[in-house]
Design a binder for this molecule. Structure first.
Ligand SMILES: *Cc1c(COP(=O)(O)O)cnc(C)c1O
Ligand SMILES: [Zn+2]
Length: 426
């Protein structure tokens, strides 16, 4: 650990008078609509509801976007970041590949399937997108320390982004986190602290710390409204990469539920801006049964998401009290989608199915998405004739412990050709 982190109780943040957050105009409460100036705030002063960024986009054309950088910054005029965002050191995430997945489509029994492969980001998960936007906004808001509570991927993304920007970082993780995710965070040499407790305990601790350390930008706490907007870029990219069209159906994994709501928001914005034709797209959610509070609420027809204590190998999705759960429910219901959940055994089968059909090794969250898609097709909820996109949000190399008991060489033989022939059974 370096620098002044332990001692800085005073607020060293500069004033935000020269604030330039591009098209962002104010923060709006998602519950009561109360509007407040752009600042490092996340809860409504009137009703305590969550705040969201409100914009004035002006006119934006497809060529404006197409001529932009080969990263999420091509969408900067739709994000709470200044126009020169890419001139500051950042990890330049995004523009990951969207691949036509014919072999997986056949296995699932659907006609036209695409996989958005977000393992291709700088730290191998979609979290680089949200962190890049949080960092850019935090820089404008006068912060110089990047912090987070994390289930793993966010830890990687925050530590790496801070290193690249020359900022200090403070990352809090549950002590049970996968070894790979600990090592791939520690290597960036920020402050990394394991906490004895669940992610929800770590998250509560972060909220307390954010109140004490006003100069720490907790990406998913005090700058969450800006951070969350980064997830829209997944939706924008899918539409642009499909040739400026929306898909009929999209399956999104749910942890806090933020990503799902922002993909829906991205599709609505592109439609409202006239960048794509209107289409009655449907948004589907995916959870692991061992942490499925949003799926349970959906299936029971409830609006209230009852917190659970997570018990699943899909640790990147293991948020027992999902902040955006109710909004994810809204988006799914409004678009005539559904939410499904799958067992850990199905998660591993999902990982293996994607690997053997498309050559993509995803982490447990991707296994959840693939396995839920399979179940949703089986139940007739996903239309097999409609064009479908699966969001694969993280890399299997970070969750090797989930599969290590299931995979390995079929046999070990002496070094001669006869033994190989026998082993191959020919
Ligand atoms: C964080 C995460 C998600 C979901 O994020 P939310 O926006 O919190 O729902 C999905 N996949 C992976 C791999 C993640 O790390
Ligand atoms: Zn409010």
């Amino acid at each position: 650990m370096t620098g002044t982190l332990g001692t800085s109780a005073i607020n060293t943040r500069t004033t935000t008078s020269g604030l330039d957050l591009g098209p962002a105009r104010h923060l709006v409460c998602r519950e009561c609509g109360f509007s407040t100036p752009l600042a490092a705030e996340f809860a409504c002063a009137e009703c305590f509801g969550p705040l969201e960024v409100g914009y004035d986009f002006g006119r934006l054309t497809r060529p404006d976007i197409e001529s932009g950088p080969l990263s999420i910054w091509r969408y900067r005029r739709l994000l709470p970041v200044p126009d020169d965002v890419d001139e500051h050191p950042n990890t330049q995430p995004g523009l990951t590949r969207l691949i036509r997945a014919d072999r997986l489509a056949k296995a699932l029994g659907v006609r036209r399937l695409w996989v958005k492969d977000d393992t291709g980001n700088p730290t191998h998960s979609f979290k680089d997108r949200v962190v890049a936007v949080a960092l850019a906004a935090a820089r404008q808001l006068g912060f110089r320390v990047l912090a987070c509570p994390s289930t793993g991927n966010l830890a990687n993304a925050v530590a790496a982004a801070a290193a690249r920007a020359g900022w200090e970082s403070v990352v809090l993780i549950p002590s049970s986190l996968e070894r790979a995710k600990v090592l791939t965070t520690a290597v960036y040499d920020g402050a990394l602290i394991a906490v004895d407790g669940t992610y929800d305990d770590v998250n509560r601790l972060a909220t307390e710390l954010a109140a004490e350390h006003e100069d720490w930008a907790f990406v998913n706490v005090n700058v969450r409204p800006y951070y969350a907007e980064g997830s829209k870029t997944l939706g924008y990219e899918v539409a642009e990469q499909l040739g400026w069209r929306l898909p009929d159906q999209i399956v999104v994994p749910i942890a806090s539920g933020s990503q799902l709501t922002k993909v829906d928001k991205a599709f609505r914005e592109f439609t409202e801006l006239g960048l794509v034709q209107p289409l009655p797209y449907r948004v589907f959610g995916a959870q692991a049964t061992g942490c499925s509070p949003v799926s349970a609420a959906f299936k029971a027809g409830r609006d209230v998401v009852v917190p659970v204590r997570p018990d699943t190998i899909a640790r990147s999705l293991a948020i027992g009290a999902p902040a955006d759960g109710p909004y994810a429910l809204d988006a799914v219901r409004r678009t005539n989608g559904a939410i499904e959940d799958v067992t850990d055994a199905e998660v591993i089968e999902g990982i293996r199915l994607l690997a053997r059909t498309e050559g993509i090794f995803t982490e447990t969250a991707g296994g959840v998405t693939v396995a839920c898609a399979k179940k949703l097709v089986g139940y007739g909820q996903l239309d097999p004739d409609a064009e479908t996109v699966l969001l694969i949000t993280g890399d299997g190399l970070k969750t090797l412990d989930a599969v290590e008991d299931h995979l390995g060489p079929q046999t070990t033989v002496p070094p001669n050709t006869k033994a190989i022939r026998e082993a191959l059974g020919s």
